[in-house]
Design a protein around this ligand. Sequence first.
Ligand code: ATP
Length: 144
Amino acid sequence: MADIRTESVMVIGLGRFGSALALELTSRGTEVLGVDTNRKLVQNLSGRLPHVVVADSTDIEALRQLGIAEFRRAVVAIGTDIQASILTASLLSELEVPDIWAKAINRQHGRILSRVGAHHVVLPEHDMGERVAHLLSGRMLDYI
Ligand code: ATP
């Protein structure tokens, strides 16, 4: 496993969620390869993300050319295009990426992502709603 870029993360889909994730990881010193089909988005991010490329993650050859075999961790941060999200997660699984994270837009999407091989599924809006509820109830306790 010596060649595997254990600390590097491939972030696929650089919308609000994926770009925030990629920028935060970068600021914490993690090497990130950001991938998106949207050329303009990639150009805009290139000043802040050292490694960002235009590629279609539903194309297995494109993933191979990006060196996916060397990554231990990848995040599928595509949401609205459910077909691209599921296909990407299944290709990452087929390519035996050891740690696959995926963003789901609802529970059904999340279940399918798990079935096709995602190891961790996050539902940002649902998870953040729960977190805010915890924060609010914690604050309410302060006033009791
Ligand atoms: P967010 O809420 O994070 O902004 P979203 O849930 O609206 O995102 P999308 O807009 O579907 O999700 O996808 C996020 C990004 O993923 C977009 O920038 C889009 O260009 C990119 N994307 C979609 N399909 C692919 C693909 N096949 N390969 C690479 N990137 C893709």
